[in-house]
Design a protein around this ligand. Structure first.
Ligand SMILES: *[C@@H]1O[C@H](CO)[C@@H](O)[C@H](O)[C@H]1NC(C)=O
Ligand SMILES: *[C@@H]1O[C@H](CO)[C@@H](O)[C@H](O)[C@H]1NC(C)=O
Ligand SMILES: *[C@@H]1O[C@H](CO)[C@@H](O)[C@H](O)[C@H]1NC(C)=O
Ligand SMILES: *[C@@H]1O[C@H](CO)[C@@H](O)[C@H](O)[C@H]1NC(C)=O
Length: 167
């Protein structure tokens, strides 16, 4: 009986952990470098002619808009001529954005809205000062949290032990 409650408790902890860590992907950028803000959606295929993607910073500033018929909002001057998406990747569900010449003021929470499927991905850009002498180095370090996988393993291990102990 106690074992069962422990199991339920672990399950709740696990679900909580998966949902909170999947929410935001963190990307590190240095001033003058470029970063790729990942936005991947592969659950369904979206036809290129139906594709609309809005990129925003802190929910308000227009970073980039891809609208299939070309009628998107212009980006905020802060992002003019520094962004691009990768049309050759759309068919694979990759709607990532490249941002060049990163500055400290670019730091914040980016959202990628994929309109046809009503999905929003969040990416936190942490912009830091490049070390002196290396200002124009291309820096693409990005770290994607892999918490869910390791916590799933842990959960399965605990579940297995529980079954062995109580059988
Ligand atoms: C962006 O590029 C256009 C065309 O080359 C240019 O006229 C404009 O001044 C540029 N804007 C910025 C902010 O660099
Ligand atoms: C998405 O496309 C960008 C640009 O080509 C690439 O750098 C990135 O690795 C791609 N991501 C995935 C998950 O394929
Ligand atoms: C990069 O941005 C800085 C301001 O943040 C600007 O002074 C510099 O001219 C830009 N460099 C390029 C290559 O656009
Ligand atoms: C976005 O939000 C971050 C964190 O709150 C803040 O540091 C940054 O100045 C904001 N950027 C803009 C352009 O509003």
């Amino acid at each position: 009986m106690v074992g069962r409650w422990v199991l339920i408790y672990l399950l709740v902890l696990y679900i909580d952990k998966v949902f909170s860590s999947q929410d935001v992907v963190t990307v590190d950028g240095v001033t003058g470098g470029s970063v790729i803000l990942p936005c991947i959606y592969t659950d369904e295929v979206i036809k290129t002619e139906d594709l609309t993607v809005y990129w925003r910073l802190n929910d308000s500033m227009v970073v980039y808009e891809h609208v299939s018929d070309g009628t998107g909002y212009k980006p905020d001057p802060q992002f003019e001529n520094r962004t691009r998406m990768f049309p050759e990747m759309y068919s694979t569900g990759n709607f990532s954005l490249s941002l060049g010449n990163v500055s400290i003021t670019d730091g914040g929470l980016y959202s990628c809205f994929i309109l046809p499927v009503n999905v929003e991905k969040k990416i936190e850009l942490r912009a830091t000062e490049a070390p002196a002498e290396k200002t124009d180095r291309d820096d693409r370090n990005s770290s994607v949290k892999i918490g869910p996988v390791s916590s799933l393993l842990l959960f399965l291990m605990l579940l297995f032990r529980h079954i062995v102990l109580f059988m």
